[in-house]
Design a protein around this ligand. Structure first.
Ligand code: PEP
Ligand code: MN
Length: 343
């Protein structure tokens, strides 16, 4: 940080700022005296509250941060991309990894049908919610542990690793027993107790951006997980709240290149929740690939009209297969591979 002093400030004011800084253990406060203004540096590991404290002192015009408040998640300290490997799938490298499946696990047959279809179309990871965050308490809230068991069965049959949401710190253990990747959903992005808990395990975490959260807040949430010891975090742009109400959310495509610039962590996009409408999923998915996403999360259902959650944004099998053809074409243009279609 640097502290910019008011023009013509007094020596006593400068001393006051330097003393406030140097009273913190291990922090130095060198000063540059200019013709017009003086600037005081703050060198050392800085805690966020110090900025506000210094802003209140007499003679201070502004306190500017020069380094990022997230260290482990940021590129400044780790310039090369992080690759996260689950079985034979690597996220964050040259492959465009598609994660696909129903919003909720609703039963064995629908899950297995979807998983087999998705794998053949080129999906590499199976998604499916067993513990569902729902706006209404009367909506379907997921099959719970039964749903986790079905996901494990689908993995056994297809070989696809599984990603599923964990909603509470207490559930981390049981979800980690079944899942290959644990998803922290948009509504829980700043559930710091949950972030602490998933920071202690050694499975990758898919961290979704909260619908009212900034890039910096998303990266600080990743920092929580990483500070706990778990370095495998996948960032996910899934749309934010704006004044537009035609779409469920506004998919913020700029988030993809921005997050890739600020962080070494893999960045994926979820155009299903990002738009809320199935006919917008393909165009936004392709745009996300063009924008450099390392992966996509796509909701698919054997019969979207009958889905127990998120039917309006779920693709039919046919539309998912078509989407994958488009993803292949755009991926090639941006130099990424996509898993082949299987018979
Ligand atoms: C989901 O992936 O099913 C989900 C609930 O996502 P989000 O947290 O982005 O709303
Ligand atoms: Mn959903």
């Amino acid at each position: 940080m640097i502290v910019v002093m008011r023009q013509g400030c007094t020596d006593a004011e400068i001393d006051g700022v330097q003393n406030a800084i140097e009273s913190k253990p291990g922090i130095k406060a060198p000063i540059w005296r200019g013709e017009e203004r003086s600037v005081i540096g703050v060198l050392g590991s800085i805690y966020p509250e110090l900025q506000m404290e210094l802003e209140q002192l007499p003679g201070v015009v502004e306190v500017l941060r020069v380094s990022k408040p997230y260290k482990l998640a940021g590129r400044d300290f780790r310039p090369e991309d992080t690759h996260i490997t689950i079985g034979d799938v690597t996220i964050g490298g040259d492959e465009m990894v598609v994660m696909s499946g129903p919003c909720s696990v609703e039963g064995e047959e629908m899950l297995l049908d979807t998983a087999h279809m998705a794998r053949k179309a080129g999906a590499r990871i199976l998604r499916g919610g067993a513990f569902k965050p729902r706006s209404s308490p009367y909506s379907f809230r997921g099959m719970g542990v039964e749903g986790l068991k079905l996901l494990a069965k689908a993995r056994e049959e297809t070989g696809l690793p599984v990603v599923t949401e964990v909603m509470t710190a207490e559930d981390v253990g049981v979800i980690a027993e079944y899942a290959d990747i644990l998803q922290v959903g948009a509504r829980n992005m700043q559930n710091f107790i949950l972030l602490d808990e998933v920071g202690k395990i050694n499975k990758p975490i898919l961290l979704k951006r909260g619908f009212s959260n900034t890039y910096e807040e998303l990266l600080l949430s990743a920092e929580y997980i990483m500070a706990g010891g778990n370095q495998e975090v996948i960032l996910c742009e899934r749309g934010i709240r704006t004044f537009e109400d035609y779409t469920r959310n506004t998919l913020d495509l700029a988030a993809i290149p921005v997050l890739k610039r600020l962080s070494h962590l893999p960045v994926i996009a979820d155009p299903s929740h990002g738009t809320g409408r199935w006919h917008l999923v393909a165009p936004m998915a392709l745009a996300a690939v063009a924008a450099g996403a390392h992966g996509l999360m796509i909701e698919v259902h054997p019969n979207p009209d009958k889905a127990l959650s998120d039917g309006p944004q779920s693709l039919t099998f046919e539309n998912f297969q078509k989407l994958m053809e488009g993803v292949r074409s755009i991926a090639e243009v941006v130099g990424k591979q996509v898993a082949p279609t299987l018979a």
